[in-house]
Structure formats: C-alpha cells, structure tokens
Design a protein around this ligand. Structure first.
Ligand SMILES: [Zn+2]
Length: 90
C-alpha cells in the first residue's frame, strides 16, 4: 500500500499532466490554510496519519487534505461532515 502511494507520488512528479499535487501544496502554503473557504481564523486539526503523510481538516469548513510535507505534496480528500455537524449544533 505504501509502495503504491510512493509510486503515485513519483508519477505525479514525473508526469506533466494530471493533478498537480505540488501546485495544491503551494496554494495551501500561500493561503496559509484551507483554500476552500476564506473564514478566519484559519486552522487545521489533525486526522489519521500514515507513513509520511497526514490527513488534516479545516477547522472552519471541514475540508480534508492529505499532506506529505517532506515532499511538498497535497491532495484534496473528503470533507469531515460529522465535525461540521457537531460544530453547527453547538
Ligand atoms: Zn475551509
């Protein structure tokens, strides 16, 4: 499983076309947080980690990101709907 992931990361760096994970990473760094909402204060909370990547979720809109800081790699994942529901019911 880790091998598959590493291969995907490598391929995404070599291949000129598909999803540019490094571009997404740069957008996140530039925005200093979530790029799906512009709510302040920006922040992430940490979800499950595996290997050298970590899942984080926006504390405002729940948008998830899978990050590999070492290689500046980012991928959009699911929204944490349960977190948002719990936040709204407060
Ligand atoms: Zn957000």
């Amino acid at each position: 499983m880790l091998i598959t992931k590493l291969w995907e990361m490598l391929r995404s760096k070599i291949s000129p076309e598909p999803v540019d994970h490094e571009k997404l990473w740069n957008q996140l760094v530039k925005a200093r947080g979530c790029i799906k909402c512009n709510k302040e204060p920006k922040g992430f909370y940490e979800g499950p980690t595996g290997g050298m990547s970590v899942n984080v979720f926006c504390t405002q809109c729940g948008q998830g990101y899978n990050l590999s800081p070492i290689i500046h790699w980012a991928e959009l994942i699911h929204k944490d709907e349960r977190y948002i529901e719990a936040k709204q019911s407060k």
